[in-house]
Design a protein around this ligand. Structure first.
Ligand code: FUB
Length: 319
């Protein structure tokens, strides 16, 4: 299957994708033209709502738009900027986790709940206690749910160490371990962290943590986790070097060992993925800025088939 755009009439990015009740559901960010100038803080990504999409025919790109399912104006603690979200099902309820700046311009992660995968989602009064940064994605496994989150630069992850806010942002030296994504088990009621978030360590083939200076391989944002043949695949974006990479591990907490690139740089600054199996095939969902003529904050949702080699490695997706 050749790569195809899924929502040609609107700008959608940062897909999270899951199969619920035999259908494939897509939860993207909803890009819009806000008029805010582009900067390294990502202020130009000023999204205000989410749509949900579903399909039972990915191959032909036949997709249903379920409309607006959560709007920033309905979130009691909202400041600005609804970025990448994810949805997980537990005991018949659907929990949407979303990053949003609060009224102090600090990214927190909120929860909104629905009885249906297509929403609408009703937000909680407050963000998750102790949450910070962006790009939540959730792994559900045997009744336990684990959230991965974090992103550098505009995602504010460099402002935290050991889950405590620093006086100001600190980046490691180039030869020091990279700032990691985080993973945390969710509480039974899905509304809190059940423990302190832990670092997602990515090792090189010699067992050494990737360093901050290793910008072609180290984590930047866009955590995604899936399992294949008993292994955990942690994929992510390298941000300012514009690659989608992956690392594999033996349990949800890692450590993960770097394996390689999934997707080379696309047109646009950001790159962000979800990987899911549907009807016996694997797919890479992502975005690029070709339809908007390279306008970095107007991104378009894409899908392409993802192929594994016999040893479990992922074949790099070429454009
Ligand atoms: O959509 C805003 C941000 O851009 C996301 O949170 C990042 O992953 C990047 O795609």
């Amino acid at each position: 299957m050749k790569a195809r755009y899924l929502v040609p009439n609107d700008y959608m990015a940062d897909p999270a994708v899951h199969v619920f009740n035999g259908k494939l559901y897509i939860y993207p960010s909803h890009d819009r033209e806000s008029g805010i100038p582009e900067n390294d803080n990502g202020d130009h990504f000023d999204m205000k709502d989410y749509h949900v999409f579903s399909t039972d025919d990915v191959e032909n790109g036949i997709i249903t738009d379920h409309g607006v399912v959560l709007d920033v104006k309905d979130i009691p603690w909202a400041g600005r900027q609804l970025w990448d979200c994810d949805v997980v099902c537990k005991d018949g309820k659907y929990y949407m986790y979303f990053p949003l700046k609060d009224k102090n311009d600090i990214f927190r992660i909120g929860v909104a709940i629905s009885d249906k995968p297509e929403g609408p989602f009703i937000p909680q009064e407050n963000p998750i206690k102790g949450s910070y940064s962006i790009d939540p994605c959730v792994l559900s496994e045997n009744g336990a749910c684990y959230m991965y989150f974090g992103g550098l630069w505009g995602g504010q992850l460099q402002r935290y160490r050991n889950n405590k806010a620093l006086e100001s942002a600190v980046f490691p030296a180039d030869d020091e371990p990279a700032i990691p994504s985080r993973v945390v088990k969710l509480s039974e009621n899905m509304l809190e962290f059940a423990e302190e978030p832990r670092p997602v360590i990515i090792l090189d083939k010699d067992g050494k943590p990737l360093t901050h200076g290793d910008s072609q391989r180290r984590f930047f944002e866009a955590s995604w986790i899936h399992t294949y043949k008993g292994k955990y695949y942690f994929s992510y974006s390298t941000g300012d070097t514009h690659l989608l990479c992956y690392a594999t591990g033996d349990n949800p907490y890692g450590p993960f060992t770097y394996q390689g690139v999934i997707l080379e740089p696309v047109v646009g600054w950001t790159t962000h993925q979800a990987i899911a199996e549907f009807k016996g095939k694997w797919y890479l969902f992502h975005h690029d800025c070709v339809p908007s003529g390279g306008t970095t904050w107007l991104r378009s949702l894409k899908v392409v088939e993802l192929v594994y080699n016999p040893d479990g490695s992922i074949k790099i997706v070429t454009h």
